[in-house]
Design a protein around this ligand. Structure first.
Ligand code: GAL
Length: 809
């Protein structure tokens, strides 16, 4: 008996200690719980309150909580609503609508905005539960990006509105939590008013998080890490904010440590005491010396981690980890830009955030896909025109080695826009990739006057306060004008007007200069003749709008003049909206070096020739011209070789010397066969050819990767092309492809890069299909959570179909 009691006591003791351990463990660090899955969605209506769930008729703001079964209360029944996961963009699913209004063409002819009340309000609801053991902690809901004007309720309590469609916002919802029954978040998204003049999408299109913290904690974005470099060593400064939400004053200690990229601790600060009154907040500054620091660079984007730790009574109560990179940047008005002391010309692209098939709701893997494509082209910098980017885009740039010019939405110093700028700075200042801020873009009404100057000064002061380690530019569509913003901006940004840069530099030799928007040739992938009916422009560096320039015109100046820091092409990728130079049926821009799927256009090879040291030799156009036998064709060769000789069916068409930062051209009388280029680069022979092909006979699928994580979020891009019976790729096929998928994965979008295609990006009926355009189309798939093998099949009438298997693990 005694033995039994003793045994029981022992077991109990172990159980308690273990329970304490588990509890202790659960308290060790904050929890960041992803809330992307399991939302319900329904359109509201901006013109008819009844159709907007009586939003305008009900008394929602008279009392602190709405228990009655209104749309914002937990009791509302949403069982008939559509199930969605975020990121979600409802606009990409809408049909294209022909319209003569500027708003409509700006946004890619999608029916959203004031004229379309039925499709401009979106309601979202989501249930979640909280473990009883977490009672007493702090709860915060974090929306990384909702387009836009998102009013948020939790359990019937209004918690706030995020006006911005781009920079996220967090709300403390501790007081409203239910521990026994569930909790309900309700979001009313209002995209009636737009922010940009380009496709913006609508909905909860970035991640949503639930942050659970102890009362003494580090707030979101409460760790700021920066460093200075001295020879081989770095001094890392870690500023950690800590706040006390206990109802009594609280004491604790704080320390930080640095780990290498594998998580191995390499240096640590001492523990520093703090005492905080009720609601008190302090920032603790600590320094760590790192000997032989590995610098973050474009070739080796090395990321350390800093962990800030808060302890109370010898227990860890909060811990925050941030990635950071050590680098030095220098902008010199005469010598250019230096990263870690090494001269680098900024070879940048501007981009909006949408992609074929998925609109603005990009799963994280798509950010890596897009940045990888730009990097492969030799681009080293990305301007987030004209808004706060998705945080995961910056993660991709940090880890792949791409500099970022991070842009504030508007040049405005009202409390709303100051708040947006502060949120942007606090959110992004630890990112290794961010090398420069932009306080705005083309504010034609104020950029040249005193308003613009004063607002710029206010924003610059905020930037210096929150991030003294960096500086700012502003994207001015001004020539040699030293007035307004340009008088006070540390780095003068030029949108276009590359011809005025030399004069400006002569007149203001101490202000560094950057091309914030450059080039902007309009091209349609694989099309060689202007077609005003289908709204296509030739795929060569020929056509630029009046305000813009061809690639060669700006890049020659930037490359050959040291005082140019470099520039950002408008744009890296095509994007929906801003069809130029044509309107309907054209629904997306033609400015991209890559199309909206990320397929390269010919100008890609121009930039790649001069932006990389790789051997580039590329001929355009393709060689399938049955209607042009005996007629002249302009052949372009893009290369970085020293000279090129062109051969048609083995006969030389002459040899030409390759001028730097340019291209070569031949006029060739067309005959079917093989057009071959033989080039020499420092004595090394390079060859390439284009060949006349037969009819398409089979479909080819090329997945970007063949393994996906079983996390319900990872995915991959699969590109589709065609071959003839001899295995030659068909450059002009336009066959329709029918996709099917088996296993635990789904198709989330299709595209083909045709700027005038009105086919659906999302095939709602589950019958996924897309026509090819100039020989290519694309399907994007996303993994489920079950490990295994999935299979994607691509069929086209009359052709041998293709399939690929992808492992989910
Ligand atoms: C610029 C503007 C960009 C885009 C571009 C089109 O003026 O900053 O957002 O509109 O023109 O060419």
């Amino acid at each position: 008996m005694l033995k039994k009691t003793l045994l029981l006591l022992l077991l109990f003791f172990f159980a308690i200690t273990n329970a304490q351990k588990t509890r202790g463990k659960a308290e060790l660090s904050e929890a960041k719980i992803n809330l992307d899955e399991g939302w319900k969605f329904h359109f509201g209506n901006s013109a008819n309150s009844e159709k907007d769930f009586n939003y305008g008729n009900k008394l929602l703001f008279h009392k602190s909580n709405v228990f009655e079964a209104t749309i914002v209360s937990p009791k509302f029944v949403d069982s008939t609503w559509t199930k969605v996961d975020v990121p979600h963009d409802w606009v990409v699913e809408l049909p294209f609508v022909k319209s003569a209004t500027h708003e409509m063409d700006s946004h890619g002819y999608k029916p959203v905005g004031g004229l379309y009340p039925e499709t401009s309000i979106g309601w979202y609801r989501k249930r979640f539960s909280i473990d009883k053991k977490d009672e007493g902690k702090r709860f915060e809901i974090q929306f990384d990006g909702v387009y836009r004007n998102a009013a948020i309720w939790v359990n019937g309590f209004y918690v706030g509105t995020n006006f911005s469609g781009y920079v996220g916002k967090s709300y403390d919802i501790t007081d409203y939590m239910n521990f026994e029954s569930g909790n309900v978040i309700v979001v009313r998204v209002d995209a009636t008013q737009s922010e940009g003049w380009f496709y913006e999408g609508a909905g909860i299109y970035r991640h949503v998080w639930l942050n659970i913290r102890n009362n003494v904690h580090i707030p979101e974005d409460g760790v700021f890490v920066h460093s200075t470099v001295n020879g081989k060593n770095a001094s890392v400064t870690i500023e950690t904010e800590v706040e006390n939400k206990n109802l009594t004053s609280s004491k604790g200690t704080i320390y930080s440590y640095v780990t290498d990229r594998n998580g191995k601790q390499i240096a640590k600060t001492s523990e520093q005491n703090f005492t905080l009154s009720v609601n008190g907040k302090t920032t603790v500054k600590q320094k760590i010396a790192l000997n032989n620091a590995t610098l973050w660079s474009l070739e080796n984007p090395y990321l350390y981690k800093v962990v800030s730790v808060i302890k109370q009574n010898n227990q860890i109560v909060d811990k925050k980890k941030v990635n950071f990179g050590i680098k030095t940047v220098r902008f010199d008005a005469n010598e250019g830009f230096f990263l870690n002391g090494k001269h680098i010309k900024i070879q940048g692209t501007n981009n909006h955030q949408d992609h074929a098939g998925i609109g603005s709701a990009l799963p994280d893997f798509m950010q890596y896909y897009r940045i990888k494509l730009l990097k492969e082209m030799g681009s080293n910098a990305y301007r987030t025109s004209h808004n706060a980017p998705t945080p995961e885009l910056l993660d991709a740039c940090d880890s792949l080695g791409m500099l970022v010019l991070d842009e504030q939405r508007l040049l405005n110093s009202s409390p709303e826009y100051i708040d947006q700028f502060q949120r942007l700075l606090r959110r992004d200042r630890n990112h290794a990739s961010v090398f420069l801020w932009s306080i705005g873009n083309e504010e034609q009404n104020i950029q040249g006057n005193e308003y613009g100057k004063r607002i710029a000064q206010s924003l610059l002061a905020i930037q210096k306060e929150l991030d003294p380690t960096r500086t700012s530019t502003y994207a001015a569509d001004m020539g040699n004008d030293f007035k307004g913003v340009n008088e006070v901006i540390p780095i003068r940004g030029f949108n276009y007007r590359q011809f005025a840069v030399a004069d400006y530099h002569r007149d203001h030799p101490n202000q560094p200069l950057l091309g914030t928007e450059m080039g902007s040739t309009v091209t349609t992938r694989g099309i060689y003749e202007k077609d005003s009916i289908r709204a296509y422009v030739p795929d060569q560096d020929i056509t630029a709008p009046w305000w813009a320039s061809k690639a060669e015109d700006w890049w020659k100046l930037a490359a050959e003049n040291k005082y140019w820091l470099g520039g950002f092409v408008w744009t890296g990728f095509d994007y929906r909206g801003e069809p130029t130079p044509y309107k309907w049926p054209n629904i997306n821009s033609h400015f991209g070096i890559l199309d909206v799927c990320g397929f390269p256009k010919n100008i890609y090879y121009y930039y790649k020739s001069w932006w990389t040291n790789e051997d580039i030799l590329h001929i355009s156009p393709h060689w399938n011209w049955p209607d042009k036998i005996g007629k002249p064709i302009d052949v372009w060769v893009n290369t970085n070789a020293d000279d090129v000789e062109l051969f048609l069916n083995g006969k030389s068409l002459g040899k030409k010397v390759m001028p730097r930062n340019s291209h070569l051209q031949w006029q060739v009388t067309y005959e079917p066969g093989t057009l071959e280029a033989i080039a020499y680069k420092k004595g090394k022979k390079l060859t390439t050819k284009v060949e006349t092909t037969g009819q398409a006979s089979k479909v080819i699928v090329s997945p970007d990767k063949t393994v996906m994580l079983a996390d319900g979020k990872d995915g991959t891009v699969i590109n589709v092309s065609f071959q003839d019976a001899n295995g030659k790729e068909i450059p002009d096929a336009n066959n329709k492809i029918y996709f099917s998928i088996s296993g635990d994965a789904k198709i989330i979008g299709v595209g083909n890069g045709d700027p005038s295609s009105h086919e659906a990006d999302k095939c709602g009926d589950g019958m996924w299909q897309r026509s090819a355009f100039s020989g290519k189309c694309q399907v994007i798939i996303q993994a489920g959570k079950t490990p295994g093998i999935i299979k994607l099949e691509a069929k086209a009438n009359g052709l041998v179909s293709a399939s690929t298997t992808i492992q989910i693990k």
